[in-house]
Design a protein around this ligand. Structure first.
Ligand SMILES: CC(=O)SCCNC(=O)CCNC(=O)[C@H](O)C(C)(C)COP(=O)(O)OP(=O)(O)OC[C@H]1O[C@@H](n2cnc3c(N)ncnc32)[C@H](O)[C@@H]1OP(=O)(O)O
Ligand SMILES: O=CC(=O)O
Ligand SMILES: [Mg+2]
Length: 349
């Protein structure tokens, strides 16, 4: 595939548009909280909700009824204008590029709250061509409305073709913020035989060989999403952008939601989507590092002030590589501590 030269890659795509970021802004993004903005009752509480989450996202795509598409767009704009989001990110998930609503979504939002918007989440991204189109369009709106900072793009990985092209999507533009796994649409795209929004399936398992005594055979459920999540994490990490787990639809099963989120956290994800207020505490718990892990990581950094050599701590060998792992945990804890005084106390920061 033909790619731009490095200098061209970082050039604004419209005269008067701001320079693309060379590095992503450093932001704590443990949960992307989805708000249905066509519902006045929910919108009215966004001012109280905003300080309790890292990102508020106004959802315009799936889950918004066709007859409420316009109300959702208008509601998101009204909410964006009315609320002071402070340090909380303001995102929107626009309708898909092939839908009758995308162009009006982006035109209205950029014209009215482009200056407050941080990230546009683009669903059903199939390849870099989708990112290039949105990239150019955003640059034109940024120029038209003299916006001082670039708006970032977050892609949802939720089609088989998108998964095939994940690496070229991740590197399509300096505007790329990150990517979320969309297990519901991806399941449909792959013709998986499930009816769930994320999580495991009891029938996706391996079974031990039969034994001569006929004892019950051990069975272990496998993770349906491991392959895709790992592929996405590598593509994002290599491109210097952020991977996220997406939605977990069974609100009543908090333990399964927590397990899904924790697998994503351990594998390298920065956060996950929260679809219901009950999932906010789960995401906060999972995507803020464990205080005991932070304490151990601090001991590694203290034992190896310049990050080199080898030392033993509690019988375990530490070297440059564990120092780097420890630094990731301590840096994240610092970000969390700056936002959450209670966790700051637990971390001793
Ligand atoms: C596969 C995908 O694309 S996933 C992404 C798309 N899906 C979404 O965005 C769904 C977002 N969530 C929602 O729309 C709602 O949670 C629903 C419609 C699924 C369920 O809503 P309800 O039936 O009202 O749930 P429930 O009765 O448990 O809600 C409890 C309270 O939380 C509020 N609430 C529910 N979800 C949210 C939310 N996402 N954000 C803020 N408040 C919410 C309700 O309004 C209700 O408030 P009240 O006590 O003042 O009446
Ligand atoms: O949009 C999310 C999904 O899982 O589909
Ligand atoms: Mg989807």
């Amino acid at each position: 595939m033909t790619t731009k030269t490095p200098r061209q890659f970082f050039r604004p795509l419209a005269i008067g548009a701001p320079e693309p970021f060379r590095e992503l802004p450093l932001r704590l993004e443990r949960m992307i909280h989805f708000v249905p903005p066509h519902l006045e009752k929910v919108r009215a509480k966004v001012g109280d909700l905003a300080p309790t989450v890292d990102i508020v996202l106004g959802n315009l795509e799936d889950a918004i009824p066709v007859e409420a598409k316009q109300a959702a767009r208008d509601g998101f704009i009204a909410m964006g204008q009315a609320v002071d989001f402070g340090k909380t990110g303001l995102w929107t998930r626009v309708n898909a590029l092939n839908s009758p609503w995308f162009l009006d979504d982006i035109t209205a939002i950029m014209g009215q709250i482009g200056g407050k918007l941080d990230v546009v989440m683009v669903p059903k991204v199939e390849g870099p061509w989708d990112i290039h189109y949105v990239d150019q369009l955003l640059a034109q709106f940024e120029a038209k409305y003299c916006l001082p900072k670039p708006i970032l793009i977050h892609a949802i990985l939720e089609t088989a073709e998108g998964v095939k092209n994940v690496e070229t999507i991740a590197t399509a533009s300096p505007r790329m913020h990150g990517m979320s796994l969309g297990p519901a649409d991806l399941a449909a795209s792959r013709a998986m035989k499930t009816t769930r929004v994320g999580g495991g399936h009891p029938e996706y398992k391996v079974i031990a060989d039969p034994t001569s005594d006929g004892a019950p055979r051990a069975v272990a459920q496998q993770d349906l999403w491991h392959y895709t999540l790992a592929k996405m994490v590598d593509a994002c990490a290599a491109a210097g952008i952020k991977p996220f787990y997406g939605p977990f639809g069974d609100f009543a099963d908090e333990a399964a939601c927590e397990a899904q989120f924790r697998n994503a956290f351990l594998l390298g994800c920065a956060g996950a989507w929260t679809l219901h207020p009950s999932q906010i505490a789960i995401a906060k718990r999972v995507f803020s590092p464990d205080p005991a892990e932070v304490a151990f990581a601090k001991r590694i950094l203290e034992a190896m002030p310049d990050g080199s050599g080898a030392v033993m701590i509690d019988g375990k060998m530490q070297d440059d590589a564990t120092w780097k792992q420890a630094k990731i945990i301590v840096d994240l804890a610092r970000q969390v501590a700056a936002r959450d005084p209670q966790l700051a106390a637990h971390y001793g920061m």
